[in-house]
Design a protein around this ligand. Structure first.
Ligand SMILES: [Zn+2]
Length: 186
């Protein structure tokens, strides 16, 4: 079983941007203090996606995989996981299980995405899926890994940062998006 220690839901979430430049971090603090973090996010990401069932998620992941990582092992299961947040606070993980079945060694790849991405902008979902798909080929968070992330999703780095901001927002202020509409929760 594999999950990223990098993409975790650490509390407080503000800690998760400690690797970025001090200037960027102070800008984020300012946005929070001036109560403008929600605006920052909402202007850039006004809508949540419609891939909210496991079935829709599977199709979404499969399409990304086919367009960029066609030659990687097939995924046997793709689902939103409500437990990984509580167990290890991972935002996403993939599990690789090998079993002997009928005298043959069968490997199974499963991809789990935190339920935090269920009611979220599509761009953030794309980021976490790109991250997990890249782990199919590269386990470490090294240069080759990030090259792969950017190959799958060209805006990867900005989206990873903005996803962290989104989670900071959720932690401090609650939901940014309404659950039944694509509009903003007031
Ligand atoms: Zn990772």
């Amino acid at each position: 079983m594999f999950y990223c220690t990098k993409m975790r839901y650490n509390l407080p979430m503000l800690k998760t941007i400690s690797g970025y430049s001090p200037h960027l971090q102070s800008q984020v603090r300012q946005l929070i203090e001036q109560n403008k973090l929600g605006d920052y996010l909402f202007v850039r990401y006004p809508q949540v996606h419609a891939h909210s069932t496991d079935r829709a998620l599977y199709a979404f992941v499969q399409e990304m995989k086919n367009s960029r990582l066609k030659n990687t092992a097939p995924l046997s299961k793709v689902l939103y996981d409500t437990k990984i947040k509580e167990l290890n606070r991972a935002l996403g993980m993939h599990t690789f299980v090998s079993r002997v079945q009928g005298g043959k060694l069968k490997a199974k790849n499963e991809l789990r995405i935190s339920h935090l991405f269920k009611n979220a902008p599509e761009a953030f979902l794309r980021m976490i899926v790109a991250h997990e798909l890249a782990h199919l080929k590269e386990k470490e968070h090294n240069k080759a890994f990030y090259k792969l992330c950017v190959y799958i999703e060209p805006n990867y780095h900005q989206l990873e940062f903005d996803t962290r901001l989104y989670l900071i927002y959720k932690e401090r202020f609650g939901e940014l998006y309404g659950t039944n509409t694509t509009g903003r929760q007031e």
